[in-house]
Design a protein around this ligand. Structure first.
Ligand code: HAM
Length: 420
C-alpha cells in the first residue's frame, strides 16, 4: 500500500513554502526593528510542562496533545504551543539576570490532535514572540503595535483586533463562584466536559463548543465586573495608549482564550476570510507563569502572541498579495560552446543575490523560452556564438517581448533595474 502523510499533517511544497518564506522574512524584519532576538526550544518537552502551564482542564491538554512514554518511561509531549517552552527556558537559564526585558521570538511546528479542516491542522506552524520581565501596559501596547506593522508588511487587510482583560489570580475565585452559581440548576443539561469543568475550573466552561450548551453559556456573567483594581487600571491604560496611537480594536468581554496561564490582557486578531478558524493570531499577558515554573518574583511578568502561519498565508492570499517566486532570469546557452561564458555570468549574478536558472545547452531555443515562461521568469538571457564572441547577451523581456543586445558587463544592472 502507498504510504501517505499522517492525517492533518501535510507537506509544504515550493508553491506553499514561497508564501511561508515571505511571511517569515517580514516577521524577522519587524521583530528586529522592535529589538527581539530569536530563541529555539526543543519540539519535545516533559508533559508536565504543559499540564502545569496550559492547564489540565483545557482542550489542548485534555484532548489534543501527542503524548508518549520515552524508553525510560518518562512522559514526553510534542509541543502544542511554545509559550510554556519559552517560559521554561527563561527560568532554566535565569534570563532575568540579563539587562532589560527578555524579548524573544520563535518560529516552528506545533502539534495538536484537532479535527482537521481549512486553516486547522494537526501539525501547524506558529510564529510567536514573548516579552518577559515586565508588566507595564506600554509593553502590551508595543506588542500590539508591532503586530499591526507585521500585518501591514504582509499586506493583510481587514484583520480586527479583539481585546479583553481576563483578570488575575486574586479576582478569579469570585468570578468562579459567580459562574458556578449562574450555572446552578442548568448544569445537569450540559455536556460532560462542562459538568466537570464547573467543579475544577469554571472559566473553561466558556471554551465549550457543543451547540446545545451555547444558549446557557450566553447567559453566564462576564469577567468585567469582577476585575480587581490592578487589572482594571492596566486595561484602562492599555486602551488609552491604543486610542492615542490610532490602533482600532473591539472589546469582547467573552474572549477568554483557551489556555490557563493568561492574566489581564488577552487578545486575538480575527479575519473574515478564514471561515470558522477565524483567529489569525492570539496572545495575552501571563504574569505569574514563570513563578509557577520556579522563578522568583523578580523574574517579573510576561506577555506574548503566536500567529498561525498557515492562516496568515490564507489571509495574505485572500488580500491579493503575490509572493515573489521563480527566477529573475533563465540563462540560455544556444550550444555547448557558450556554456563557459554563461556559467561565468550565472556565478556573477548569483553572487549578487539575483535568482537565475540555467537552461540545458543545445536545447531548441523555443523550448528553453517555454521553460522560462513556465517558471515565471522575467527575462531570458540568450547567448549564441555571436554574443559569446563579443562577451554580450540577448536580453529578452518575457513580459513585453522586447529583445536587445546588452554587454555582459551591463547585464547585472539591467536585471536589477528590471525587477526593481
Ligand atoms: P493559541 O490561540 O492556542 O495560542 O494559538 C495561536 C494561533 O495559532 C491561533 O490563533 C491560530 O492562528 C494558530 N493555531 C492554533 N491551532 C491551530 C491549528 N490546529 N491549525 C492551524 N493553526 C492553529 C497559543 O498558542 C499561545 N501560545 C499564544 C501566546 C503566546 N500567548 C502568549 N504568548
Amino acid at each position: 500500500m502507498k504510504i501517505v502523510s499522517v492525517k492533518g499533517m501535510r507537506d509544504l511544497l515550493p508553491a506553499d513554502t514561497a508564501w511561508f518564506q515571505r511571511l517569515e522574512q517580514a516577521a524577522r524584519e519587524v521583530f528586529a526593528a522592535y529589538n527581539f532576538d530569536e530563541i529555539r526550544t526543543p519540539i519535545v518537552e516533559p508533559t508536565e510542562l504543559f499540564t502545569r502551564s496550559v492547564g489540565e482542564d483545557t482542550d489542548i491538554v485534555g484532548k489534543e496533545m501527542y503524548t508518549f512514554a520515552d524508553r525510560d518511561g518518562a512522559s514526553l509531549t510534542l509541543r502544542p504551543e511554545a509559550t510554556a517552552s519559552v517560559a521554561r527556558a527563561y527560568v532554566e537559564h535565569r534570563l532575568w539576570d540579563r539587562p532589560g526585558l527578555s524579548k524573544l521570538y520563535y518560529m516552528g511546528p506545533m502539534f495538536r490532535r484537532e479535527r482537521p479542516q481549512k486553516g486547522r491542522y494537526r501539525q501547524f506552524y506558529q510564529i510567536g514572540a514573548e516579552v518577559l520581565g515586565g508588566n507595564a501596559p506600554v509593553i502590551d501596547f508595543e506588542l500590539l503595535a508591532m503586530l499591526r506593522l507585521l500585518l501591514e508588511r504582509c499586506g493583510i487587510q481587514d484583520a480586527e483586533l479583539v481585546l479583553n482583560s481576563v483578570g488575575c489570580a486574586d479576582d478569579r475565585p469570585a468570578y468562579h463562584a459567580a459562574l458556578r452559581e449562574a450555572l446552578g440548576a442548568r448544569l445537569p443539561e450540559m455536556c460532560a466536559d462542562c459538568q466537570r469543568r464547573a467543579q475544577t475550573n469554571p472559566l473553561r466552561v466558556l471554551d465549550c463548543k457543543v451547540p446545545a450548551d451555547q444558549p446557557i453559556i450566553a447567559t453566564l456573567p462576564t469577567l468585567e465586573s469582577f476585575l480587581d483594581d490592578k487589572c482594571r487600571e492596566h486595561f484602562a491604560q492599555l486602551r488609552q495608549l491604543l486610542d492615542a496611537n490610532g490602533i482600532a480594536y473591539r472589546v469582547d468581554p467573552r474572549l477568554v482564550r483557551g489556555l490557563d496561564y493568561y492574566t489581564s490582557t488577552a487578545f486575538e486578531f480575527q479575519h473574515g476570510a478564514l471561515g470558522a478558524q477565524n483567529a489569525l493570531l492570539g496572545g495575552g499577558r501571563y504574569d505569574g507563569l514563570t513563578q509557577a515554573l520556579g522563578a522568583p518574583a523578580q523574574a517579573g511578568g510576561g506577555i506574548g502572541f503566536a500567529l498561525g502561519a498557515d492562516r496568515f498565508v490564507l489571509a495574505m492570499q485572500a488580500s491579493g498579495v503575490v509572493p515573489s517566486t521563480g527566477p529573475v532570469a533563465v540563462l540560455v546557452p544556444l550550444t555547448d560552446a557558450e556554456l563557459t561564458l554563461v556559467l561565468h555570468l550565472a556565478e556573477k549574478l548569483r553572487r549578487e543575490h539575483i535568482r537565475v536558472e540555467l537552461a540545458e545547452p543545445g536545447r531548441k531555443l523555443s523550448r528553453s523560452l517555454e521553460l522560462a515562461s513556465k517558471l515565471q521568469a522575467r527575462y531570458a538571457v540568450i547567448v549564441g556564438p555571436d554574443e559569446a564572441a563579443a562577451s554580450a547577451v540577448q536580453l529578452k523581456d518575457l513580459n513585453g517581448g522586447a529583445q536587445e543586445r546588452v554587454s555582459g558587463e551591463a547585464l547585472l544592472d539591467r536585471l536589477r533595474q528590471g525587477v526593481a
